[in-house]
Each structure stands twice: as C-alpha cells, then as structure tokens.
Design a binder for this molecule. Structure first.
Ligand code: URP
Ligand code: ZN
Ligand code: ZN
Length: 459
C-alpha cells in the first residue's frame, strides 16, 4: 500500500518546510519537494500542517481505582485518542500488592490486545519492589516495558515507602529504565483529609484544599533527592504547581537528570472550577486544580524546558454512578478526569495561537520529547525516512468544538464543555493506515500494536 501526502507544511520538533511524503506500508519512505510517484491513495494537504502523531505517555484505560474502573477501555480510549490526533499512548499497567510485576504487565497485555486502534506501550505501576524483584524488572525492560511508576500518595493502595522507591530507582537506573513518580506527600494529606471530614467539610472542592501545593513540592523534592542518591534519572508525572516546578528547576540548574510532565488541566483550569456544588466532582483528580497563577508558571516551565512533556493523565469516570460514589464525601470520589482526545487542539490553541510556544515546541511537547524520554525515537515522534507513518494532518485555520456531543471518550461529561479552539485534527494516519478521515473513525479494533520500547531518557 502506498500513500502520498502532497503539498503539506511538514513541522517536526526541529523542521518546518513544504514537501510531499510517500508512505510505503507502515513507514515513511521518501520525503521530497515534489513527488510524482504512483500511489494507492493521495491526500492533498495544501494549507495544512503535517505533524508527527501525538504521543500521550500518561493514560489509564480500564484502571480499577476508587471502587470502580476508569470508563474507557483500550478500544474506546484509543479511538478517542486518534480523533484527537494522538497515535501512541503509554498506559499504566498495575502490579497489585503481593503480585509479581510480570503478572501486572500480562494483565494489561490482555486488556489491550485486539482492542487498541493505535499503538501503545506500558509503564508498570510498581507497588512492591524488593531486591528480589530485580530480575522481573529487568525482564520487563528486555520486553520493552522500560518505565515504572511509583507513588508517594494513596496510602494503602499504591503508596511506596522511600526504601522501596530507592531500591526501584537504583535498579532501573542501571538498565536504562526510568522511574516516574507521583509526587505528593500522601501520608500528611491523609491526616488533613481526616480533619476536614471531622469538620463536616465534604464537598468536592475540599479535595483540592486537602492537597496543598507544599505536599506536592515536598514529594518532588524527596523524589529528586532519592533519585540523586540512587544515581538514576527521575520523571515527575502530572506536575501541577509552581511550588513543585521550582523543585524541578533547582535540580535541573544543578545538572540533575530530573524531568517532568504537566497536563492540560493544570494549564487551563484552576481551583475556581470546583465551585461549591457537586459539579466540582468532574475535576476531582490528583494532584487537584490549583490557584490560577500556577497556569502561567507552568507555561513558563514548558517554554524554558523545565517541563519537557505534556501528557493528559486521562482517567475518566462518569459522573453518574462512578463519581457519585463520593456524593456524600469527596474522599470517596474516584480520582481522575478525561482528556486524551482534547490535548492536541488545546495545546495548539493555548500554546501556539496564544503565542506562548512555537510550532516546533508544540510538536516537541506533544510528541517528540515523549518518544525520546520513553525509548521510542525515531520510530515514533518525528516525520523522517524510516519512521513509522504516524502522521496528523492538522488544519491551522479549522476549529475544534469540545463537549460531550462532539467527543468520543466513553464518559458522560467533558472537562472543556462548550469550549471552541482554533486548529483542527483533520486526518490521522497510524503506521500508514488512515484511521481518522472526514470526522469518522476508519480504522479497526486490534490494529494498534504493542511497542517494545528501548532505553529511556535519550533526550
Ligand atoms: O486523579 C488521577 N490522577 N487519577 C489517576 C491516577 C494517578 O494518580 O495518575
Ligand atoms: Zn498519579
Ligand atoms: Zn495518572
């Protein structure tokens, strides 16, 4: 199968030029000024941007959490990702306490196989890590699961103590693995929650007030200090506040390999979105939404490379029946929000159109940096001869409307209901197959492949 994309403006993390692209089967085979080869399909990209497919390295499909499971499975979630211009996700497999790391990964292979419509990789949420687990970790790394998420939050569920974190980082660091850290002091947060509940402060907005930014900053500081002692890099997930960002900045200024991602919700929403009523449950996620001034600080971090990646932390729960588990008390609301479909257009509009970042930086933050950070570059994350033809044809003058009636995630609300932004994902190719065209999904379940990732942090 040959596909020719003609007349587009190709933008990667470093390039910006007009050229045609020939795709043969799954990969880009020729890029040239005017290609006249025969092809089975010709796509005219005049006036459009031709960019690498988005990579979202932080999603939770079918995650058992908070007494229920996140509402997207690997079919609905990856199809929604494709609609939004994302062609690769890295989802979080879970090693439940007492289980082997390999069993956790196997469970996620079963969830994804035959369902995903775009390519996917896994991190492993690691809940037990003794030195005896090292061979399992190394086996996973050999099998392409090269990153591991540990938690300083959620005591009794996912939380790992500092010794466990140190052991996991020490081991991962010797083999090109990377520990991703949920950095919030969950032990202190739990004490604060107890006080709020005792005072009868149970509405959704109190979720935010019980998780102060200092709890995040302390976690980030500790994660980086432990990584430094373990002589390994560290990647902070879903960083949400200036206080936490300052910890990353200070470490990076000292030359420490500390990296971090933020997510659209922390760039566009604020604590005010909780309001006083039940509707605030939509934004019950951890870390919570922050005071407004943090938004611009995070954009600054993205611009100055103190933050390297924008992921979504897509973890949807329906308001009906799922978020409702916490109707009486915020601490019972399953934590997480949808977003995998919204990221590319939101960041294009908020970043490029609003002059906060360049077009190249947009591509880097939404695709290339994650490919390099998580061992997929140059197969993914760029448009180059030999790379997978994961390509988005993006209309810079189009419009994207957000809201449940326009979106495809399996959830009964949108975090951006009623918003319209400039820029529109028009056509999406996943390894050369057109999967989104004319507003329709044209791919099929099971076409997405597991990506065996290599060494992390080639950035
Ligand atoms: O609220 C969130 N972020 N839910 C997903 C789990 C996590 O901590 O990433
Ligand atoms: Zn987390
Ligand atoms: Zn998450």
């Amino acid at each position: 199968m040959k596909t020719l994309i003609k007349n587009g403006r190709i933008v990667t993390a470093v390039d910006d030029y007009k050229a045609d692209i020939l795709i043969e089967d799954e990969q880009v085979s020729v890029i040239g000024k005017t290609l006249e080869m025969e092809a089975d399909k010709i796509i005219d990209a005049s006036g459009k941007l031709v960019i690498p497919g988005g990579i979202d390295p932080h999603t939770h499909m079918e995650l058992p959490f908070g007494g229920t499971s996140s509402s997207d499975d690997f079919f609905t979630g990856t199809r929604a990702a494709a609609f939004g211009g994302t062609t690769t996700i890295i989802d979080f497999a879970v090693q439940t306490k007492g289980e082997s790391m390999l069993a956790g990964a196997d469970k996620w292979h079963q969830k994804a196989e035959g369902k995903a419509v775009i390519d996917y990789g896994f991190h492993l949420i690691t809940t037990d890590f003794e030195d005896a687990h090292k061979p399992e970790m190394f086996k996973l790394i050999d099998e392409g699961i090269t990153s591991f998420k540990l938690f300083m939050a959620y005591p009794g569920v996912f939380l790992s103590d500092d010794a466990t974190i140190f052991r996991a980082m020490s081991a991962a660091g010797t083999r090109g693995g990377l520990v991703c850290m949920h950095a919030e002091n969950g032990i202190v947060i739990n004490e604060i929650i107890k006080r709020f509940l005792a005072d009868g402060r149970t509405a959704p907005k109190f979720h935010a007030l019980t998780r102060p930014t200092i709890a995040e900053a302390e976690g980030v500081h500790r994660a980086i200090a432990i990584a430094e002692m373990a002589e390994s890099p560290v990647y902070i997930v879903h960083l949400s506040s200036k206080d936490a960002l300052d910890q990353v900045r200070q470490a990076r200024d000292r030359g420490i390999p500390a990296f971090a991602e933020t997510c659209p919700q922390y760039l566009f929403h604020s604590v005010e979105d909780y309001g006083d009523g039940w509707d605030g449950a939509k934004y019950v996620m951890t870390p919570p939404l922050r005071e407004k001034h943090n938004n611009e600080e995070l954009w600054k971090g993205l611009k100055m490379d103190d933050l390297q990646v924008i992921s979504t932390d897509h973890c949807p729960f329906c308001m009906k029946e799922q978020k409702e588990l916490g109707k009486e008390s915020f601490d019972k609301i399953p934590n997480g929000a949808p977003g995998v479909e919204n990221r590319m257009a939101l960041i294009y509009n908020g970043g490029v159109i609003e002059n906060r970042i360049s077009l190249n930086r947009f591509v880097e933050l939404t695709s290339t940096a994650a490919a390099k950070m998580f061992g997929m570059f140059p197969k993914k994350g760029t448009i180059a001869v030999g790379s997978d033809a994961d390509i988005v044809i993006f209309d810079p003058n189009g419009e994207t409307k957000f809201g449940v009636e326009h979106e495809h995630m399996n959830v009964d609300y949108s975090s951006y209901e009623g918003w319209t932004v400039k820029g529109k994902v028009e056509t999406v190719l996943s390894r050369g197959r057109v999967v989104i065209e004319n507003g329709e999904h044209t791919g099929k379940q099971g076409d997405g492949q597991f990506i065996k990732r290599g060494e992390c942090v080639r950035i």
